[in-house]
Ligand binder design. Structure first.
Ligand SMILES: [Fe+2]
Ligand SMILES: [Fe+2]
Length: 131
């Protein structure tokens, strides 16, 4: 039996730069709703997640552009993969694959915490340094 993944703690997704941390808290709330078995409206929660992520990624990319951040291209590629993954899971949901949504929702926080601790934390450190 595989070992259970280590649960992600709330602090693991905070990076110490308020505009980004506000987005990360919002992401956590939306993902919690998507993962709540009592909240069965996947269509609504997937749409909320998709809209949030479009805004979340665009906001971080705007900071990177405004401040001439040197790792913009790399960070943006990670965002593009994330946005493609949410588009894909919405397509699967539309074709009736609810299990794909459950798996995606269950895995997403692990992906997100790694992104937060690497790309977003590095960006936050840069933005704090010039602020
Ligand atoms: Fe982020
Ligand atoms: Fe990011």
């Amino acid at each position: 039996m595989p070992a259970a993944a280590t649960p992600v703690r709330h602090e693991d997704i905070l990076v110490g730069f308020k505009p980004i941390d506000d987005l990360h808290r919002e992401f956590e709330d939306i993902l919690t709703a998507l993962n709540d078995p009592a909240e069965a409206d996947y269509a609504e929660h997937l749409l909320a997640l998709h809209e949030h992520l479009l805004r979340h990624c665009a906001t971080e990319e705007r900071f990177m552009q405004q401040e001439s951040y040197s790792h913009l291209a790399r960070h943006k590629r990670a965002h593009e993969q994330l946005l493609e993954s949410v588009s894909e899971v919405r397509r699967r949901f539309d074709s009736g694959d609810v299990d794909a949504v459950r798996r995606y929702a269950a895995d997403l926080m692990n992906w997100f915490s790694i992104h937060a601790q690497s790309e977003d934390a590095e960006l936050a450190g840069y933005l704090r340094g010039i602020g």
